[in-house]
Ligand binder design. Structure first.
Ligand code: GPV
Length: 837
């Protein structure tokens, strides 16, 4: 349907178009208008929450205009688009980001001040959009920021969960999960009740023979659920581009409820249908790096993938191009294997609905998709049971079997007689029940597969996917090292540092070309610069100290070394090693004479992170950290020399406060287990140093900042297999320092030892899979080196400035440009040639 306004009436539209705020007056009048009309309140009834709501609405109105223009520009230019499919988008707060990206925060600050509010307080009113677990979801959010900032025509597609990641409360030292109901008031989304897709589940496959004698399959779904689009504008930094994140929400297909059922007295069951439909997008699965194989999760995946593909195909069809040009118009990136069914769904659309031949369709599919792998951990590699898929998506299972058949035929042709190879690479695992290996399906159905850091990409080529490198050749497998957006993770999180850098590098250009940070090295001996640098770090620590006091009651000294480990709690990330190290430090301090003690460095050990609700060991780790804190923080002998704190409910907005306040942060995963890590980049970019293993992106950070500016320790990834094997050969000896730590825990020094016995026995009795004991003494030594380095404050500041100046590589802009060139074959749009004007 043509809905465009005819030429004669367009002038009236142009005349009334909404623009950016001309000045703070214009901004203020919009805020007041929203308070008084949209919110129906007044100056007698306007608290910080209302001020936030009105400010957010004022900026939203401004964004939506650029967003409309961006969509028009992209449609008119007819260029290839990128679609980033991710089950998680960990966006955090939007207002501060929007104000900064459109470069109007100063104006808003002054305007709000005139209306009686502090912009910092107003920003704090916003609830985080927490539609993700950890690094994978935050990476997707950084990518959206870079795609918009670099003017790529790009859309994100995800699910609009009613409940994001749970809120964590710490009660008596234990994690308690509280639902995160975040949609009460969300000014950042636009419901598109006119953009809906009917999604089928269950049902059966009907097969007929057509006039050419070919079998034609049609899936007749047994249950229909409606997908409704909600659009979230994504403003680029200092550019007119405002891209779109489209999140799907599930609704009963028959509207409110089934009136037939209602009229025939089945009121309850009609409401139940509605609830069953809404359950699909109700809640984010709270597991990080873990696959649990639940049917509802599979339903979420298909629901989201099918709605997104319908939307993408609908948009392509408007161009009236032949199908073979689909991959010239569309690049779809799969964020891990969660959206792998998109490969099957596109093949189904092309052969069952559009009537293409299998080979032609498959060619289109493979050229459209790229797959990013984010882990080698076996427990995180998705597999779906064949009976589950057969029941929920019977036609898709048939297509998966056909994809596998044709794939195995090519393998048999190229490697005749290698039946081990056939079994090993089959998409169908011959287990009981049979399982579909989603990573293998993603590899076979994509033209490029990438890992997220050099080591990780090398590991997938040589271990979990090595057979596929033989089959497809090495060029299909590539690396794109992760990055982070400097807009949120420097400019927004650390405004004073951003200003200082701008003053030395010739303005804020470094936020668009992060390699410009290298100009800082020229000022390494500039006294005033160094002093200002140190003052900023100190001020950030004072702010965090206040937060620690307010939320935990513990007083920490901002002059102490702040040692931070914040990330999801996981055995492979080894928070247990960190807290064992803190206990070791405590025991050493206790054994010293008071004179000796006073010569020691002061430390605050800061932890934060959520444990998956069903992850018993992770929950024990949280409990141990809190139990150690309760003893150490109240020990008069120790005072400021050591504090141990656990920060409740770590999330994106807390990270924005914590990251700039760290002196040293911990990235200490067992070598080979952390695919990349991205907080390591954030900490260094904010003038903190890191202690870490030779794992993930730590290795490339070392390459950039040099060995002298990072504290590396522990065994290498190539040693891990042998060590694990040795642990089971009988002569496994636990590190003596660690034995001392275990003794004190078992003596009840930190509460009931039974509460922590599984943490100890994992190391001592069950093979120490994560090599905590193997790495413990080098870990302790490395911390001693940190203390010594910190003692030399001038030397420390030199290390920090040098490191920051060399962090340009880790911008997500660099990363997105690599995807665009090496995987998507898309180019940025020239926003200066606005064809719609
Ligand atoms: I798979 N990652 C995550 O946060 N959740 C997951 O379920 C999976 C991976 C993370 C990796 O653990 C990090 O090393 C990596 O930096 C991040 O994904 C982004 O690539």
């Amino acid at each position: 349907v043509e809905a465009s306004i005819p030429e004669p009436q367009r002038a009236a539209w142009t005349k009334h178009q909404v623009g950016g705020f001309k000045d703070k007056d214009a901004f203020e009048s919009e805020v007041v208008r929203h308070v008084e009309t949209t919110l129906a309140r007044s100056l007698y009834n306007c608290d910080e929450t209302a001020a936030y709501s009105a400010t957010a609405l004022a900026f939203r109105d401004r964004l939506i205009l650029e967003w409309n223009r961006t969509q028009q520009r992209q449609t008119f230019s007819d260029s290839k688009r990128v679609y980033y499919l991710s089950l998680e988008f960990l966006m955090g707060r939007a207002l501060d980001n929007a104000m900064l990206n459109v470069e109007q925060k100063d104006l808003a600050k002054d305007g709000l001040a005139e209306l009686g509010f502090r912009v910092e307080d107003v920003i704090q009113q916003e609830h985080d959009a927490a539609l993700g677990n950890g690094g994978l979801g935050r990476l997707a959010a950084c990518f959206l920021d870079s795609l918009a900032s670099l003017n790529y025509p790009a859309w994100g597609y995800g699910l609009r969960y009613r409940y994001g990641i749970f809120k964590q409360e710490i009660i008596d030292g234990y994690q308690v999960e509280v639902p995160d109901y975040w949609l009460d008031f969300n000014p950042w989304e636009f419901p598109r009740h006119d953009v809906t897709v009917d999604i089928q589940f269950y049902g059966k496959v009907l097969t007929e023979t057509n006039d050419k004698g070919n079998a034609i399959s049609q899936w007749e779904g047994g249950e229909t659920v409606k997908a409704v689009a909600y659009d979230v504008p994504i403003p680029g930094y200092a550019t007119p581009t405002t891209n779109n994140l489209r999140l799907w929400s599930s609704k009963a297909a028959s509207g409110e409820f089934d009136f037939q059922k209602f009229n025939s007295g089945e009121y309850e069951s009609s409401v139940a249908d509605q609830q069953r439909a809404e359950t699909i997008s109700a809640v984010l699965y709270p597991n990080d790096n873990l696959d649990r194989g639940k049917e509802l999760r599979l339903k979420q995946q298909y629901f989201w993938v099918a709605a997104s593909l319908y939307d993408i195909v609908r948009r392509f069809k408007k161009t009236r191009r032949p199908w073979r040009e689909f991959p010239d118009q569309v690049a779809i990136q799969l964020n891990d294997t969660h959206p792998t069914l998109a490969i099957v769904e596109l093949q189904r659309i092309l052969i069952d609905l559009e009537g293409l031949e299998w080979d032609e369709a498959w060619n289109i599919v493979v050229n459209t998709f790229g797959y990013t792998n984010h882990t080698v951990l076996p427990e995180a590699l998705e597999k779906w049971s064949v009976p589950l898929i057969e029941n929920l998506l019977p036609r898709h299972l048939q297509i998966i079997y056909d994809i596998n058949l044709y794939f195995l035929q090519t393998v048999e042709r190229d490697f005749p007689g290698d039946s081990d190879l056939l079994r090993d690479v089959s998409i169908v695992e011959e287990s009981e029940p049979k399982m579909i290996r989603m990573a293998y399906l993603a590899i076979v159905g994509s033209h490029k597969v990438n890992g997220v850091a050099e080591l990780h990409s090398e590991l997938i080529r040589t271990t979990i996917f090595k057979d596929f490198v033989r089959i497809f050749g090495p060029d299909k497998f590539t690396n794109v090292t992760n990055g982070i957006t400097p807009r949120r993770w420097l400019h927004q999180a650390n405004p004073r540092l951003s200003e200082l850098i701008a003053s030395k590098t010739g303005g804020h250009g470094f936020l668009k070309d992060l390699t410009a940070l290298n100009k800082l090295e020229l000022y390494i001996d500039d006294k005033d610069f160094r002093k200002e640098w140190a003052e900023i770090k100190y001020a950030n620590k004072v702010r965090l100290a206040k937060h620690i006091k307010a939320t935990t009651g513990v007083t920490v000294n901002p002059a102490a070394l702040f040692d931070v480990q914040v990330k999801r709690i996981h055995e492979y990330k080894r928070q247990q090693m960190n807290i064992f190290g803190a206990i070791h430090r405590y025991l050493e301090l206790k054994a010293m004479s008071p004179e000796q003690r006073q010569k020691q460095m002061r430390r605050v050990s800061i932890f934060g992170g959520k444990a998956a609700p069903g992850y018993w060991m992770a929950k024990q780790i949280i409990h141990l950290i809190n139990s150690v804190g309760a003893v150490v923080n109240n020990d008069k002998d120790i005072g400021d020399l050591l504090k141990v704190v656990f920060l409740e409910d770590y999330n994106v907005s807390k990270a924005e406060m914590i990251v700039p306040a760290s002196d040293i942060s911990e990235h200490i995963s067992t070598a080979g287990t952390e695919a990349s890590g991205t907080s390591n980049m954030k900490f260094v970019l904010n003038g903190g140093l890191i202690i870490g293993t030779c794992d993930g992106a730590n290795i490339e950070i070392t390459r950039e900042v040099s060995q002298d500016n990072i504290f590396l320790f522990g065994h290498l990834s190539e040693e891990v297999d042998d060590l694990r094997y040795a642990h089971h050969s009988g002569d496994h000896v636990v590190d003596p320092k660690l034995v001392g730590v275990f003794e004190e825990i078992e003596n009840g020094r930190f509460g009931n030892p039974k509460d922590f016995s599984d943490l100890i026995s994992a190391v001592r009795d069950h093979g120490d899979y994560y090599l905590v004991s193997d790495d413990f003494s080098s870990y302790v030594d490395s911390h001693a080196a940190v203390d010594e380095a910190y003692r030399d404050q001038e030397g420390w500041i030199t290390k920090c400035i040098t490191s920051v100046s060399r962090m340009g590589f880790f911008s997500s802009d660099r990363c997105i440009n690599e995807y665009a060139e090496g995987i998507w074959n898309v180019e940025p749009l020239d926003t200066t040639k606005d064809k719609t004007a």
